[in-house]
Design a protein around this ligand. Structure first.
Ligand code: XCC
Ligand code: SF4
Length: 633
């Protein structure tokens, strides 16, 4: 349907040339961009960068210097760094978990014939059984409402720990218990983190780092997992689906609606109404050929993997979609939305439509989206975008000629199904990860890397994601990806099956046999919980602990508090994690020693912070080989 052809691979240089052309448009219309603002903000504050500025009480702000080694209350640099680190983590855990709560609440509102329905009853029943909810002879919506209510209770229950922890291998559950990091109620861990970091509470680095792991766990094995599971129940568990990526997915002759943010309860509805015959007819009336929806950030992952909706770009491209001059509306819900979109959209005909009471911004059109009136709200949003087509300024339209093919949607269920396809001779092996384990044991695959997280103007946009992925697959290490990292891969063509040609011989063979790309798209950032389940299932099928499996995690370009929360639960789950950006801890040597060293004694894994990507890639391969050696394979 597009007049634009797809390319197998797109280089970073080609993407950068396209961005440069869009920045020319920005200059022409007098728009401000992150490239300029990042320059204006450099050099950054040294105290902030090292994490040694404290402003949690009004005796401060206190900054640590050789002359002033303690804050006014007497807190030292490690105490300040560790408190800041815990607050950073709690911010991320709160954000993911609140997203999960919202989805669970939407499940509670679901009903037969309603805006929201149960699309995957099988998964719902699986969760119901896991939670001892009666399923026999009951209406599916009765089950849904009971499961949703129990899910919501996980946020505030007065006793016990998170239900999903039971999904991990028993050895891992014991590690969590012994380390004292089993998360209790989700909200409690966030709330307690705020309490612990109040003036005059904890300043002992061990205690603060331990709570950081626990708060992270309340996200990964609590709120994020809730988000993923309930989204699957409501909108369907992802299966492999073909789509397109990069800015060329925007259509010159169509109404372009960009969905951006995180919560699929909005984007699902926008996608639905963009296909409504009345809306399509209205688009034609306005002179467009139809309606094209494309995504940015995690929302892009959500709708790509469930509907094949194309992915326009990742975090640092959100301004680019407006700069194409062909964006009728950028519709956002929560998280990772630049407030810059307000003033930027004013330089074009674009409508910047905010929808959530918890993400309100200046210079936007606020069309509140409420789950109880979802259909009517989404219809209004789509109609607003469609009617805006006639205001487009043709002289400002520049859609870069960049478009790739991508196969997305590898949920754990889908991965197992692909693996079943190659082992249908062993009926008893169906639904397991054993074929994958066999490949790792035999050395055909060396191991797996989870590449995740954001973009960050501190480093060259997408460079680390793309280069690390290429390096991993060339070394027969399979990648699983999510979030903006997944989109970096998609934009470069690395989520296409042709990417097998960039692999080592072993991985290439696996890709051909199983008919998968070497880099598997597992979804949005809450879907890193899927990766935790996959790692757990592999460990169980292998009969080892998760920290023994040659699997590591990496967030080379992250920026968000959520990413740090993720890092905490990934490490706590037993997976060594490599960060390409320092989480503001440099100023606290004891905190660095804990995070990058000693927590290995608690949970069997820790962090590595490395800013040089060449070195980081080598270290990651080395770590995988070390784990293989320890397993005698
Ligand atoms: Fe946001 Fe989730 Fe980061 Fe991308 S990867 S910039 S958090 S959209 Ni989650
Ligand atoms: Fe300063 Fe202590 Fe107050 Fe922080 S808590 S601002 S270090 S006095």
């Amino acid at each position: 349907m597009s007049d634009m052809n797809t390319s197998t691979f797109i280089t970073l240089e080609e993407m950068e040339a396209a961005t440069d052309a869009l920045l020319e448009t920005a200059k022409k219309v007098g728009a401000d961009t992150w490239q300029q603002r990042a320059k204006n903000q450099t050099p950054h504050c040294k105290f902030g960068e090292e994490g040694i500025c404290c402003r949690i009480c009004t005796m401060g702000p206190c900054r640590i210097t050789p002359k002033a080694p303690r804050g006014i209350c007497g807190c030292d640099r490690d105490g300040i760094v560790a408190r800041n680190y815990l607050r950073f983590t709690a911010g991320g855990a709160a954000t993911h978990s609140d997203h999960g709560r919202n989805i669970t609440h939407v499940l509670y509102l679901s009903k037969e014939g309603g805006d929201y329905q149960v699309k995957d009853p099988e998964k719902l029943i699986r969760i119901a059984k896991e939670w001892d909810v009666e399923t026999e002879g009951r209406d599916i919506y009765d089950i849904a409402h009971e499961v949703a209510e129990i899910g919501l209770m996980e946020y505030g229950k007065p006793f016990g720990t998170q239900r999903f922890l039971k999904r991990a291998p028993e050895v891992r559950q014991k590690v969590w218990h012994d380390a004292g990091i089993e998360p209790r109620a989700i909200d409690r861990e966030v709330s307690q983190s705020m309490h612990m970091t109040h003036m005059g509470c904890s300043s002992l680095p061990e205690a603060l780092v331990r709570q950081s792991l626990r708060a992270g766990m309340s996200d990964g094995w609590g709120g994020s997992m809730m988000g993923t599971e309930m989204s699957d129940v409501l909108f369907g568990t992802p299966k492999p689906v073909d789509t397109n990526a990069n800015l060329g997915v925007m259509e010159k002759d169509m109404v372009n609606i960009i969905v951006h943010g995180h919560d699929p309860s909005l984007s699902e509805m926008v996608v639905f109404y963009s296909q409504d015959p009345e809306m399509v007819a209205l688009a034609k009336e306005m002179g467009a050929k139809g309606i094209n929806v494309a995504g940015v950030c995690c929302t892009a992952n959500e709708v790509a993997m469930r509907h094949g909706i194309p992915m326009a770009g990742n975090f640092l491209q959100q301004e680019n979609v407006v700069l194409t001059g062909a964006c009728e509306a950028i519709v956002v819900d929560v998280q990772c939305i630049f407030p810059a979109l307000g003033p930027l959209s004013k330089c074009f005909h674009t409508k910047f439509i905010t929808t959530s009471p918890i993400a309100q911004m200046p210079d936007s059109d606020y069309l509140e989206f409420n789950e109880a009136t979802a259909g009517a709200n989404a219809r209004k949003i789509v109609e607003t975008a469609v009617r805006n087509f006639k205001n487009r300024k043709p002289e400002l339209v520049n859609i870069p000629n960049l478009k790739t093919n991508a196969t997305v949607g590898y949920s754990v269920e889908a991965i197992k199904k692909c693996l079943d396809g190659v082992t249908n001779s062993h009926v008893d092996e169906v639904g397991t990860t054993k074929p994958l384990i066999d490949c790792i044991k035999s050395g055909v695959l060396r191991g797996a890397v989870a590449l995740v997280g954001c973009n960050n103007p501190r480093v060259r946009h997408d460079y680390s994601h793309i280069e690390l992925m290429k390096k991993m697959i060339a070394n027969d290490i399979i990648c699983i990806v999510s979030g903006c990292s997944a989109q970096a891969a998609a934009k470069a063509g690395l989520l296409s099956k042709e990417a097998k040609n960039l692999c080592g011989e072993g991985l290439k063979r696996v890709c051909e046999l199983v008919d998968i790309p070497p880099i598997l798209h597992m979804g949005s950032c809450v879907d890193i919980s899927r990766m935790m389940i996959l790692a757990s299932d592999i460990a169980k099928d292998w009969n080892v602990d998760i920290c023994d499996v040659p699997v590591i995690g990496c967030a080379p370009e992250y920026m968000s508090e959520k990413a740090v929360s993720i890092g905490n639960y990934v490490v706590a789950t037993g997976i060594d994690t490599f960060l390409g950006i320092d989480p503001y801890t440099k100023g606290g040597p004891q905190v660095v020693k804990l995070l990058q060293g000693d927590i290995k004694d608690w949970v069997g894994a820790n962090f590595t912070v490395e800013l040089d990507m060449e070195k980081m890639g080598d270290m990651m391969i080395e770590r995988i080989e070390e784990k293989r050696k320890a397993l005698n394979i």
